[in-house]
Write a protein that binds this ligand. Structure first.
Ligand SMILES: [Zn+2]
Length: 276
């Protein structure tokens, strides 16, 4: 068994991307999440691995039994907000309402405290962190430090440590970047796992673990779904980001789980659960 890493899932469906489809249209689409989540759960069980599932509130309302089942299997349930809106497009109150609603829904379903949050498309900004703390979250996992991407928030952050205290009793468990000279390449999973050959991806993980002491992996259920309907009106770049290499994801995930000991965020950092 290799090095311990954090394993996370952003639990949303193929159409729940607020940039392409507003939440008002989501009822028109076929839910495909369950089968894809089951593939992930089966792989995790095969290696006795655990993960943190950042669940979209809208999905939790549609699939409460699935969320309860994930929780009962020993995985951590955390929040991915309710409507998948980019944080920097919302007002303070809109963001507060979105995260509060998702936290209430999830806590109702699983019956335990939900303390973690991940922003849609890693769109976290400074005041968002303040609101998360006020709403009772203990950690955020949305910052991809010092990188260039048209969606990610430009929230500059420390590179020397991957997990750090932002305010008293509120922590950031940031997403990994691979430093190549002056450039920081996002290396968290999802599209990056689909894009790079596995051996190269694994080398990057090992480098990051060596330099930061932590690697925080993420995947979406739709990253494994080669039969998903294709969203209309995507730019060529966004098509590549969403659909490149889908049919190889499952095999790569199997290798990752074999090569690394995967844990949820609160299993990796038990102190987070004890914060008042
Ligand atoms: Zn998302």
């Amino acid at each position: 068994m290799g090095q311990s890493i954090i394993f996370t899932v952003d639990l949303e469906d193929w159409f729940t991307d607020g940039r392409q489809n507003r939440i008002s249209s989501w009822n028109n689409y076929e839910l495909r999440i369950e089968a894809n989540v089951r593939t992930i759960l089966t792989l995790l069980a095969k290696y006795n691995a655990k993960g943190t599932f950042f669940v979209l509130g809208w999905i939790a309302l549609k699939k409460p039994d699935l969320i309860r089942e994930i929780h009962a299997l020993g995985h951590e349930i955390a929040s991915h907000g309710f409507a998948h809106e980019l944080v920097y497009t919302l007002t303070f109150d809109q963001f507060r309402n979105d995260v509060r609603k998702s936290k209430d829904i999830l806590e109702d379903i699983v019956g335990t405290r939900v303390i973690g949050y991940r922003a849609p498309c890693f769109s976290m900004i400074k005041w968002g962190l303040e609101i998360l703390k006020q709403e009772g979250f203990k950690y955020d996992s949305s910052i991809i430090p010092n990188t260039f991407h048209d969606l990610y928030a430009k929230l500059y952050s420390r590179l020397d440590k991957a997990c750090f205290e932002i305010q008293e009793n509120f922590w950031e468990v940031s997403l990994p970047v691979l430093q190549m000279g002056p450039v920081n390449i996002p290396w968290g999973g999802g599209g990056y796992l689909r894009f790079y050959p596995y051996s190269l991806f694994k080398q990057g993980i090992n480098k990051i673990v060596e330099s930061k002491g932590l690697y925080n992996f993420y995947i979406h259920p739709y990253d494994l779904d080669n039969s998903q309907p294709r969203l209309a009106d995507l730019s060529l770049l966004n098509k590549l980001r969403r659909y490149y290499g889908l049919k190889f994801t499952e095999g790569k995930l199997d290798k990752l789980l074999n090569d690394f000991e995967c844990k949820s965020i609160t299993a990796y950092y038990p102190f987070l659960s004890t914060l008042k």
